[in-house]
Design a binder for this molecule. Structure first.
Ligand code: SF4
Length: 430
């Protein structure tokens, strides 16, 4: 059932339930979130059995389990190619001896420094982060909130939630509440109903955002009861967390469809991860595939220096190179903003390749995604149209010429052909 949506991967790496040990499980069980939770893979021995792990690796996983918990649903596990030790889905979720728990920070974004009430971080002027539970169906190996689910899976108590709500009521500058975790959509619907109802009753809060990986990890969770709760408390925006095109399964697409049909705008936050999605073709397939299931790529995050995840981090230069390959080369809706979360609680900093080549009074020189450069009259500068090509940025900066185009570029070759055809047509006596 869960054949990935992406069609441009070789069949040999398209995995799913049909190839998995759960191929004979009745579909009614497979699509039941309770069955998935009852059958979580959560022991090194079971992991060893499914992936053929040597005893040494199983022992390493047993050691890591004491540091940070893990558990994987059969649904998500069925996306792993068990024959590939470097499988990207496996790297996302399966603990391994690559994790150095001596390396990295427990709270890389210093969220605790801006914590104003239980679970409530007030960092930016008009919005707050509200962590309502430590429970998550993912336990991503690169999670920046590993510290929250290290020892406990607890949801915020009613008393803690009420303290946070009291802060919101007292702070009229807060107009946007981002509910996160753990994963808020794992809460019992009545608990989520209570939290959303309380937030909605705060007059100056204009809307709520929810960050959730459930459409990716356990899309069967997006059922009627949950949808009724979300519908009751709009306007709500949801940010999903797809990291790889193989996560774009039929089930995930159906979950996003159900949310979108409620009128909930869907965005996606991807973390850039070494050996998982730090390759242009993979990212393009992911972002283009998201648009096909009505999800707008929103942020591409630089992976933070959290404990035990050094092996998954890329350089910022890698991120810039990938953005260079996306912007202009595919539809703008498929291009997220690449951000680095500044250490010590500095907040998100957008990073983009530089498209300004030179700037002076009245004129800037810009380059486009093809490498062509243009002289752009700035502000009230007199616009003189000239079609003189140039080989010099200095000519562009002074306005002596308008453009430098890359030689033999297919776009400009096509344009030349069109111009030629038009000339032929204009010269036609008919
Ligand atoms: S889904 Fe989010 S909160 Fe849950 S483990 Fe992954 S990164 Fe952490």
């Amino acid at each position: 059932m869960n054949a990935p949506v992406s069609k441009d991967e070789p069949p040999s790496i398209r995995w799913g339930r049909a190839q998995s040990p759960w191929r004979d499980v009745p579909t009614s069980d497979w699509n039941d979130v309770r069955w998935q939770l009852k059958n979580l893979i959560r022991t090194p021995a079971r992991l060893g059995e499914l992936l053929g792990l040597p005893q040494g690796e199983q022992d390493a996983v047993a050691g890591l389990s004491k540091q940070f918990r893990w558990a994987i649903s059969p649904y998500y596990f069925s996306l792993i190619d068990p024959t590939d030790p470097h499988d990207p889905i496996r790297r996302l979720i399966v603990p391994s001896s690559d994790e150095d728990v001596e390396e990295g920070l427990a709270d890389p974004l210093s969220e605790k420094d801006d914590q104003v009430a239980p679970g409530l971080t007030h960092r930016y002027p008009d919005r707050v982060l509200f962590v309502v539970t430590s429970f998550c169906s993912s336990y991503c190996r690169f999670c920046i909130r590993k510290r929250n689910w290290k020892h406990s899976d607890a949801a915020g108590s009613r008393e803690e939630i009420d303290q946070a709500i009291a802060y919101l009521r007292a702070h009229e500058e807060v107009r946007d509440v981002l509910i996160s975790g753990g994963d808020p959509l794992t809460l019992p619907p009545e608990q989520l109903d209570y939290i959303l109802g309380q937030i909605k009753a705060v007059p100056h809060v204009e809307f709520v955002r929810i960050g959730s990986r459930e459409p990716v990890m356990l899309p069967m969770r997006i059922g009627d009861e949950l949808l009724r709760v979300l519908d009751r408390h709009g306007p709500i925006w949801i940010n999903t967390h797809f990291n790889h095109p193989r996560e774009l399964t039929e089930e995930a697409a159906a979950a996003c469809e159900r949310l979108a049909r409620l009128g909930i705008p869907l965005g996606n936050q991807t973390v850039l991860l070494r050996g998982i999605n730090d390759e242009l073709g993979t990212l393009k397939r992911l972002f283009q595939g998201l648009l096909k299931i009505r999800v707008r790529p929103y942020y591409l995050y630089q992976a933070d220096p959290v404990i035990g995840a050094a092996h998954l981090r890329t350089s910022v230069w890698k991120g810039m190179e990938l953005m260079e390959g996306l912007r202009g080369h595919t539809t703008g809706l498929a291009v997220p903003t690449y951000v680095v979360d500044a250490p010590g609680g500095g907040g998100k900093i957008p990073i983009s390749p530089n498209y300004i080549v030179s700037a002076g009074p009245g004129r800037v020189v810009l380059r486009n995604f093809e490498g062509a450069m243009f002289s752009y009259p700035d502000g009230g500068t007199h616009v003189e149209v000239n079609d003189r090509p140039s080989a010099s940025v200095a000519d562009l900066a002074s306005g002596l010429a308008q453009r430098i185009r890359p030689a033999d570029h297919p776009h400009y070759a096509r344009r030349a052909q069109l111009a030629e055809a038009r000339r032929g047509h204009d010269g036609d006596p008919e």
